[in-house]
Design a protein around this ligand. Structure first.
Ligand code: ADP
Ligand code: MG
Length: 396
């Protein structure tokens, strides 16, 4: 069985500082850390002004940053062969390409735009991560938020008073510099999560609150299975779904699908748009019920909600794939309380809720089924709800 470990943060930190010194010839000033996430309920609802319920993973991205005296920016990643070198002026839209755009886009976003722009200096940046890349577990937001967190600390600012600003900067980096549409869930949970809890975010007003899942008390665990099917292969799918939602809202004459009710949705003539809108409205309701079911420790309800969400994504929103369907089905057959695909879809990961003692058996059952069906071997991880972004000065 392949397990993706989150690693000991102290060890990752020390290793990264060593690599930074080797590469750039001096120690970094600070190391920012931001987690990946697994979403428990509320998929494709963030950009519809809806609700989401993600959990920050113990797996995280670390960005070691050193201040320079000039306007040069150099970025490298232990997960990538090639780095990027340019100037602050080249960090915005149309500048860096590829993975570096996520990192330097945040420098640009922090230094521009509404509010008081920060005086971002030239920097050397080295990244390391234990978040699987492109697995629907938000390695992109973890990267943006780790770099942004480090830069805010480098400038001597208090992280806690800058968390919301960092969410906005990370979203701008991804939408305006990378050019990938993102609804904001990933950046919000990376910055605002609290250890041991999920984060309930309401995108109608941007408010959020920690929701204690009581996993330890109820003996439940969250098993995440990375199907190793890369969602990057069908980049257009996310944008198409988003366009469908906007078109459905337009036809229903509501600002967003958050304002649509079931009766209205049923009245949509177009079959595809009706199914897309039905997913969004029912999914928002499932987030509410999931919060209640965790509070009541109602395992049967949790199981029903997770499966209903998966079916909705598979049949109405059409963002699942055979590997995800198989992982979900097998998890439940092997004793999970419930399971669903998670993240934007078209590959990526599934999440299953189960009693601690079923974890090994469920992971093994999924592995066997993947062999039988001729799929690539998956990787598993345990989603122990972790904290949001943090920063450490080097030498502390
Ligand atoms: P996800 O966020 O689900 O992992 P995305 O496609 O949104 O998938 O983001 C993945 C991209 O983010 C990668 O292709 C790469 O460009 C960038 N990325 C993420 N983590 C790292 C990292 N540790 N080092 C370099 N680039 C990274
Ligand atoms: Mg992403």
């Amino acid at each position: 069985m392949a397990w993706t470990e989150s690693g000991d943060p102290d060890q990752v930190h020390r290793r990264l500082v060593r690599h930074f010194q080797d590469r750039f010839g001096a120690a970094p000033d600070v190391v920012g850390r931001a987690p990946g996430r697994v979403n428990l309920m509320g998929e494709h609802t963030d950009y519809n002004a809806g609700l989401v319920l993600p959990v920050a993973l113990p797996h995280a991205t670390f960005a070691a940053v050193r201040r320079r005296d000039d306007d040069v920016v150099r970025v490298a990643s232990l997960q990538q062969d090639s780095g990027w070198e340019g100037t602050l002026a080249g960090c915005g839209p149309g500048g860096a390409q590829g993975w570096a755009a996520y990192a330097v886009g945040v420098l640009w976003a922090l230094g521009t735009g509404a509010g008081e722009p920060l005086e971002v200096p030239g920097v050397d940046v080295l990244v390391d991560s234990t978040v699987p890349v492109g697995a629907g577990l938000s390695s992109s937001a973890a990267l943006e938020c780790a770099v942004g967190t480090a830069v805010v600390a480098l400038l001597g600012h208090d992280l806690d008073t800058h968390r919301e600003r960092l969410v906005r900067a990370a979203v701008r980096a991804e939408t305006e510099v990378v050019g990938a549409p993102t609804g904001g869930m990933d950046q919000t949970v990376a910055m605002l999560a609290e250890a041991g809890a999920a984060l309930l975010v309401d995108f109608a007003d941007g408010s959020s609150r920690a929701v204690d899942l009581g996993l330890a008390a109820s003996g439940l665990r969250l098993l995440v299975t990375d199907t190793r099917v890369s969602h990057a292969l069908v980049d257009g799918g996310y944008g198409e779904r988003r366009a469908d939602c906007e078109e459905a809202a337009r036809r229903l004459e509501v600002p967003t699908l958050r304002e649509a009710d079931a009766g209205q949705v049923d009245s949509l003539d177009d079959d595809r748009l009706r199914r897309r809108a039905r997913h969004v409205t029912t999914e928002i309701e499932r987030v509410r019920r999931t919060v209640e079911a965790f509070a009541d420790d109602d395992h049967a309800a949790l199981g029903r909600l997770l499966l209903a969400s998966h079916v909705s994504m598979r049949d109405d929103f059409e963002i699942s794939c055979p590997e995800l369907d198989t992982a979900v089905e097998t998890a439940v057959e092997a004793g999970a309380v419930g399971a669903r695909m998670t993240g934007g879809g078209f590959g990526g990961s599934a999440v299953a809720l189960m009693p601690a003692e079923r974890v090994e058996a469920v992971a093994r059952a999924i592995d066997l089924r993947f062999v039988r069906d001729g799929f690539t071997a998956p990787a598993h991880l345990l989603a122990e709800p972790g904290p949001g972004a943090s920063v450490r000065r080097v030498g502390d």
